[in-house]
Design a protein around this ligand. Structure first.
Ligand code: ZN
Length: 210
């Protein structure tokens, strides 16, 4: 679902976080076994299939103001795992070549052979109409490359380590990438899913959009 901003002009992407979607940090604590972090009132939905704890953000898209620099962790993860368009939240439309991703053009004039096979990223796919609109209306996307990806494979998460400091639990690292299976994953709070782009094909967005 698209939420227009206050002026009703710019559609706010599905994965964008809103100021009304607050973080529930106060319930973050050291687990009873002392071997990592958890929530006081943790539910199975707070961890992903790899047992990594995810940051909690209320889901209330449309509440307050959109923060275009911030991604909502639940919607970002859902979009990547379920093949939802990061802009409109509808199906990203899989073809025989996979899901459509818009990637920043790498440096240099020519795309190197095989690019972007094996690259890691956090941006979910897009549907063809939203991709066409984004290319037209988002000046920061200078000449993005349209790529279809058959297998976006979850490889890890983006977020930060937390550690007890006295009686409080606080951030113990800058945000960064944590691969699944990391020995200290139990102290990590995830905010975005990271996938590896596998079986990629560079496509002509203009031709796809007709
Ligand atoms: Zn869309």
């Amino acid at each position: 679902m698209l939420h227009p901003d206050r002026q009703g002009k710019v559609p706010v992407p599905f994965i964008t976080a809103w100021s009304g979607e607050r973080v529930a940090v106060r319930s973050l604590t050291v687990r009873a076994d002392g071997a990592g972090i958890g929530y006081r009132d943790e539910t199975p939905g707070d961890r992903d299939a790899h047992g990594v704890l995810w940051s909690r953000l209320v889901e209330a898209p449309g509440e307050g103001k959109p923060n275009f620099r911030k991604v909502h962790p639940v919607r970002q993860r859902r979009a990547l795992l379920e093949g939802l368009c990061q802009v409109c939240g509808g199906s990203a439309g899989r073809t025989s070549r996979g899901w459509l991703f818009l990637l920043p053009r790498p440096g240099g004039d020519e795309l190197s052979p095989g690019w972007p096979e094996g690259k890691y990223g956090t941006k979910p796919p897009v549907c063809v109409p939203c991709a066409a609109l984004a290319v037209r209306h988002c000046p920061h996307l200078s000449e993005p490359v349209a790529v279809r990806v058959r297998k976006p494979r979850p490889r890890g998460v983006f977020g930060g380590f937390h550690a007890p400091r006295g009686t409080v639990l606080s951030a113990a690292s800058d945000d960064g990438y944590l691969p699944y299976g990391h020995p200290h994953a139990s102290w990590f709070l995830a905010s975005q899913l990271v996938v590896e782009l596998r079986r990629c094909t560079v496509v002509d967005l203009g031709a796809e959009a007709g």
